[in-house]
Ligand binder design. Sequence first.
Ligand code: URA
Length: 234
Amino acid sequence: MRINKYLSSCGVDSRRKCEKLIEEGRVRLNGKTVTAFAVDIKDGDTVEVDGHVVRIAAKRTYIMLHKPKGCVCTVHDDKGRKTVMDLVGGVRARLFPVGRLDYDTEGLLILTDDGELANKITHPKNAVAKTYSVRVEGEPTEAELKRLRAGVEYGGVKYGAARVSAVGAENGGTKLNVTIFEGKNHEIKNMIESLGRRVLFLKRVAIGELRLGGLNRGEWRYLKTDEIEYLRSL
Ligand code: URA
């Protein structure tokens, strides 16, 4: 198995982040620093990250968290802010968040120690649907919603076609359901900014067929077997 795949299978992080670790010279194979991705791991090899031996564990852990506002989607935060990891205390696996929600965004977040599955969910080629409940400033016109559906450009970045429907007026703004198929930074906020409007509230309610359902803010649960099977099938 290729070293990047091996590292993510060990639950170190997503495959792309593991490649970064290799580039940073933090990975050793049988005592020697690995400098290329095209290295195969065989039975009996010893792989270390930052001096710690990593191994593929037989059993994986999959969690769904209702991320509240006011925490970051990283394992450690250099600025000492609260992280999503603080909300899943007591779980012994080396979890990491799959993808990101902004500090002020809430909703469905998957945490796992399965780097391969994380890679599947986030890889752009799989175009996994992510659905958000969005409250925007004012009342977007049908022409504006059409622009979002076709794909927009903002700040020199292109955002692909989205599924968009208006739900109705809410708290001085308009509630929209928006489904996107990429995972670009601040994607929804930038799409809405491209209309000259602001996002007032943002919550992810689904990843593919996986739904947040009745989970309260800050609560988490283990994924069910059929949910894990579904994610594997992506
Ligand atoms: N789009 C955003 O702008 N922010 C998020 O947190 C998620 C999607």
